[in-house]
Ligand binder design. Sequence first.
Ligand code: ATP
Ligand code: MG
Length: 393
Amino acid sequence: MKEVILIKYGELTTKKDNRNFFIKTLRKNILLKLSSFSVEIKDDYYRMFIYTQEEDIDEVVKVLSNIFGIHEIDICHMSEDINLDNIKELSLNVIKECDGKTFKVETNRSDKSYPIKSMDVSKDVGAYILKNTDLKVDVHNPDIMLHIEIRHEGVYIYTNGVKGLGGYPVSTLGRGLLMLSGGIDSPVAGYLTIKRGVELYYLYFESRPHTSIEARNKVIELARKLEKYNSNGKLMVVNFTKIQETIYKNLDQDYLITIMRRMMYRIAEKVARRNKCLAIVNGESVGQVASQTLSSILAVNNVTNYPILRPLCSFDKLDIIEISKKIDTYDISILPYEDCCTIFVPRHPVINPDLNYILEEESKVNFDELIKEAVNNIEIIDLKEKKDYSDVL
Ligand code: ATP
Ligand code: MG
């Protein structure tokens, strides 16, 4: 008997036509994340088997539990001997290792030439377990669910598995551009977007020397945390200093944030187009701050027709924090380095901005030139380079 990992797909059941593409992508993503292990994958329309070294199984399961598109992970006991007597014996051994008082057996035959019907296998195995243990049967809510899968190459037996992350395999839905700041919200927005199968690139606006290298390092570390779920992401840093200073020196202070965010969106759209990103993603949440009232969002969004995804739009802050703790970004996000949104803060930020007035204000400066310059001078940070920032964070 050997141990094999069985994976059940996430939401793929609803995607009939694209199913093969999704499975192929999931297999590619798994192989990438497991590149340091020796693994072999066999998949079909319904599930995937992963064969690896016995001693690596726990580590491999850990990696799999962070891959989107996986609904459940089970460690199966596999035997090539599909005789009913052998199946009974194996089932008994497996169930004896489990905690619980009640059980149910469920059998599945992908090998329909197997001479005994699934129901009868379950009945026979159940009776054998009843006879040889103190366990009781509970068909509605069993503590232990014993699964028996009979395939042409052998029998697979497993019990309660580990829940996967769900969602879609990353990149099946194309690429998005995440506006990533050092705050709590945007990494969570990124995580939730990756979950929907969107691969991410990251865009960070910095205003050196008003913002520090520590603030940038925070963002690099946050992007690296997201790379656990994403892959091949690149972090692009926009030098935003000139634009911010220009707004600060020349325009109505109350509109500083609104206009600054309009500039961010305009730059983000250009970067998204250049990098084949099909949407811009950010961490805005309705009502959270002055720039996130509906009328502020309307005034800011007015600069672009590009799709803007706001996965946190209806989230409470506490719920966002809960996810940020789960994905391990919270402790980085709360480090107290100022972001470009907090360096020039107006005393009375406008919460109902007037679009005509904004256009009048913006016409005082040639922002097109400044935007072009910012886009042409973007710096790209290699997220794979293993530089340790723990001393500065
Ligand atoms: P966060 O906690 O993510 O910083 P926030 O609640 O502070 O969000 P804002 O500062 O208004 O909200 O920013 C809203 C969103 O705009 C952020 O979630 C992020 O997606 C984007 N954003 C803000 N500042 C930057 C920045 N310096 N670089 C890139 N994106 C930014
Ligand atoms: Mg912020």
